[in-house]
Design a protein around this ligand. Sequence first.
Ligand code: 4GX
Length: 240
Amino acid sequence: MRFDILTLFPELVNSVLGESIIGRAQKNGIISVFTHNIRDYTTNKHKKVDDTPYGGGKGMLMATQPICDCFDAVKAMQGDGKSRVIYVSPRGRIFNHSVAKELSEYDNLTILCGHYEGIDQRVIDEIVDEEISIGDYVLTGGELPACIIVDAVARLVDGVLSDEICHEDESIASGLLEYPQYTRPPVFRGKAVPEVLLSGHHQNIDAWRLERSLELTRERRPDLYEEYLRAHPPKPKKKK
Ligand code: 4GX
C-alpha cells in the first residue's frame, strides 16, 4: 500500500513514521510513505502558499494553486489501483477502527494536511473524496492526524505486524477493551499476579480475560458495551 502526504511540514511526518514498526514496514517494502512539500509547487516568487480569506476574517488560508499542482504531480507518481484522497479536519467523519479497516482496502491513500485556518473550499470540492477528523479538539495542523491515520491503517496491512502481534484478536477489533496483563515478577510491591494466569489452565484464563474485558467495557465505555451485546446476544439458558 502506498501513502502520499501533502504538507508544509514533511519532516514532521517523516520523523514520526520513520521509526519503529511503520519505519520497518517501509524499509521492508511492505508499505511506502511519500511526503510532498506543498511549498515546492508554488508559482509565487516569494514561495507564498497562503492568502487572506475573501469576506474578511482572521488568519490565512492555504491557496488553491500550490495544493492542486502538488496533487497533480502526486497522482502522476501513483500506480493504478484503488485510490482515495482524505482531508484531515475537525469537520470530518470521526476516525475509528472500522474507518481504518475501510481505508486499508485502498492501494493509494493520499492525505492532505491543512495549516493556518484551513484551505480554500474549492480544493476540497475538486480533489478530496472525504474529510476525516481524529476527534473533537482543535490542533495547529493536519500533520499529526495524518500520522495517526497512516499508523492505524498501515498496521492492518498484511505483513506489517509480526504473526505474534495479530491485529485480528485485538481488543478494540473485537469491540471490547483489553483485559489487564502482567509479566514477571509474580509479586511486585506486595501485589500478586491474579492466580488464574499462573495456572496454565487455558480455558480458565480465556474465561477470566473475557470477564475482565466485559467488566472494563461496561464500566468505562457503555457505548461499546451496548454495541457488543447487540452483536453477541447472550445465549438463552436451557430449561431444566
Ligand atoms: N482532526 N486540524 C486541520 C486546518 C483547518 C482549520 C479549519 C479546516 C478548517 C484535526 C482534527 C484538526 C487543525 C487539522 C486545523 N481545516 N484534523 N486544520 N481534530 O484539528 O483532523
